[in-house]
Design a protein around this ligand. Sequence first.
Ligand SMILES: [Zn+2]
Length: 150
Amino acid sequence: MIAGRARFRHAKKIERLAGYRLPELAFAGTMLETLCSRINYDALDHAVREQILNFFNAFLRCDCRDSPLCGCPEKKFAQEILGLRKRGLDHRQIASFLLDEYGIELFPADILSFLEDSVHVLEAIADVSRLQGREEVAGRTAETIRLIER
Ligand SMILES: [Zn+2]
C-alpha cells in the first residue's frame, strides 16, 4: 500500500498542536483521526495549514460511517498518484508535487515501484476482461496502462 509509506514533513508541528505523540505516517489511523478532530490549525504557519487543508479536501472527505478509518483515504491517495502519472508527471515530479501540495514525503523509488505494480494489476484485469469478452473494460484498462507506461 503506497499510502502506508507517505510521511508528513511537518508531523512534529501537528504533534505539538495535538498535544500527544503522533507517527510521521500521514495515513496512520491516529494521524487521520487527529486531522479530522477539532484542533486549532490557525496556530500553524500558513503554508502548513494550506497543505493540511489540501490533504483533508483531497483524501478525507467521504460519507462512510467509520471515516476516516474506512480505507477511502488510502484508495484516494493511490488514485491521486495514478492520476498525476496519467497527466504526464514522472515519479520524481510526482514526489515533488506531493510535497508542495500536501507536505507529504514519499521516495520517488517507492512511487516508481507502485506504478509498476499498478501496471501489473491492470494487465491482469485487462487479460481477465478479454477472456470474459468484456472488450470495453479491456480497452479502457489498456489505455490506462498506456498512459502510465509512456
Ligand atoms: Zn470512506
